[in-house]
Ligand binder design. Structure first.
Ligand code: NAD
Length: 431
């Protein structure tokens, strides 16, 4: 056999090796874990390749009668432990390498908190703010129909992500059900309650962020009341996390969203800010705080910093400014590996995305289970199970971190990669 037959390449031919984007970051994180996997590292390459990547064309008729085309993606990164699971994002910058990375992080996240799913993610390259609700419905339905061949309640279950919500999931569920010929509630999670959605799902990710923040605070001997918090992103995740901190007596001193940054050293009334954002589409102009520059946000003195907007927000350019004691990643992939090194050097305790924002997929798991059994739980039951699962996951991962003397991120990857690769190993290779 020549070496050509045995050589493998981690960079797929369809990506530009010099512009790997978020996928390059994901690969670097996987490489950092390799030394801790022992004999399982033989299977590591499997995590460096998405199992299946689908790119679809989405043609729709706009309200003005013209035709527009959008590019859509669904990537199933790994399904060794169960069906693919991960959100669908509508954003003008969505591209294949980003969706691949987000799908990879879903594999890691689902295994890190031990829910029985693989990892997947989807997206459409569209700025949803430029289109009417009817146009977005047509985009969503055509996208669902195009990816219908690979999704399903036991194959791959989409959920909301940036700029998608329960209504988007309702359109997806309806389109899939129409094509199947029967109502299939379990094909998506994050649905409206009327369609088999779960109580507590909307705020689950932000609630999970708050639960792990409390655990991390305990470990560092910090109290939540009177602590200072800065949050980037005031949507589903950031808005909920900010509200829970506020209700627990913390001072949320700085908030940044796509409209700018606001600051009040005495703490912002989050309930008033939520009302303001409802009526003004952003935090800017909130009368009880002053505007500061987006750059200054990162240097605000706080106990907790919560990036909960998009990936690649904490880089070598701003990591040095961060003064927080604990950084809780609400967003997926907000910190680049180089920035991560700077934070470690500064002694900042980083709770990684694959652990801290797993509350959403955890309650999605509960929703999927409830749909299968057609038996629905109370919100109290859901929040209780969520809290228990997140606390358990935090403890398992922090024990591994202490055992190996590594960061929580590396520990979460060790736990997750071990679980995934053990499944891979016992399943064996087909054929
Ligand atoms: P969202 O659309 O509800 O909110 C996004 C927020 O980010 C908005 O406040 C928006 O103004 C802000 N934002 C956008 N661009 C920004 C920029 N350039 N600078 C500053 N702020 C900006 O989205 P979400 O559901 O809250 O998701 C936020 C992050 O959390 C994403 O990374 C997503 O992948 C991740 N996440 C979401 C869930 C979930 O259940 N929704 C679960 C896990 C992870």
């Amino acid at each position: 056999m020549t070496s050509d037959h045995t050589t493998t390449h981690s960079i797929p031919s369809y990506l530009n090796a010099n512009d790997m984007g978020a996928w390059g970051i994901y690969l670097e994180q996987i490489d950092r874990v390799a030394p801790y996997l022992g004999p399982l590292s033989r299977w590591l390459e499997t995590l460096k390749r998405p199992k299946r990547s689908l790119i679809v064309d989405i043609p729709i008729e706009l309200d003005n009668g013209t035709i527009a085309h959008f590019e859509g993606y669904r990537v199933q990164h790994n399904t060794s432990r169960g069906p693919g699971k991960g959100g669908v994002r509508f954003h003008q910058d969505v591209c294949l390498s980003e969706v691949m990375a987000l799908a990879g992080w879903m594999s890691i996240k689902n295994a890190a908190v031990n829910v029985p799913f693989g990892g997947a993610k989807g997206g459409i390259r569209i700025d949803p703010r430029k289109y009417s609700s009817k146009e977005l419905e047509r985009v969503t339905r055509r996208y669902t129909s195009e990816i219908g061949v690979i999704i399903g309640p036991s194959k791959d279950i989409p959920a909301p992500d940036v700029n998608t919500n329960a209504q988007t999931m309702a359109w997806m569920m309806d389109t899939y059900s129409m094509n199947e010929g029967s109502t299939t509630t379990g094909v998506v999670t994050g649905k409206p309650i009327a369609l088999g959605g779960s109580l507590g799902r909307v705020e689950a990710t932000g609630r999970g962020v708050f639960v792990v923040a409390c655990e991390a605070a305990k470990d560092l001997g910090l109290g939540i009341p009177e602590s200072k918090v800065a949050v980037q992103g005031f949507g589903n995740v950031g808005g909920t996390a900010a509200r829970l901190f506020h209700e627990a007596g913390a001072k949320v001193v700085a908030i940044q969203d796509h409209t700018g940054t606001i600051y009040n050293e005495n703490g912002i009334d989050i309930h008033s800010l939520l009302d303001h954002v409802e009526n003004n589409a952003g935090v800017m102009g909130f009368p009880e705080a002053r505007a500061i520059s987006n750059e200054d946000f990162w240097g605000v003195p706080t106990d907790f910093m919560i990036p909960a907007a998009l990936e690649n927000q904490i880089t070598i350019h701003n990591a040095g400014q961060i003064k927080a004691k604990i950084l809780i990643e609400g967003a997926n992939g907000p910190t680049t590996p180089e920035a991560d090194d700077i934070l470690i050097e500064k002694g900042i305790y980083v709770v990684p995305d694959v652990l801290s924002n797993a509350g959403g997929v955890t309650v999605s798991y509960f929703e999927w289970v409830q749909d299968f059994s057609s038996f629905f739980w109370t919100e109290e039951e859901i929040n209780h199970r969520l809290e228990r699962l997140m606390k358990d996951a935090y403890r398992v991962i922090s024990d591994v971190a202490k055992h190996h003397g590594v960061t929580l991120r590396t520990a979460a990857f060790i736990v997750a990669c071990t679980r995934i690769l053990e499944s891979r190993q016992v399943r064996g290779l087909y054929p």
